[in-house]
Design a protein around this ligand. Sequence first.
Ligand SMILES: [Zn+2]
Length: 63
Amino acid sequence: MNKKKLLEIVQSWNIEVKPEYRGFRCANCQKYMTKAWHIWFDDKEYKCEVHLCRRCFKEYEKN
Ligand SMILES: [Zn+2]
């Protein structure tokens, strides 16, 4: 998927003024959560966000 298509998806969102809390899953252990550590990394062309639970984040910090 190219960046233009991704931008079109983002622009199609109906952004609410009030924050919305949605559940999602840890990228490593797949645990369901409503709060997460958000880790951004740059992979040359894209900035990528990874969500980790508290336990997996602690493991990530050790390395
Ligand atoms: Zn986890």
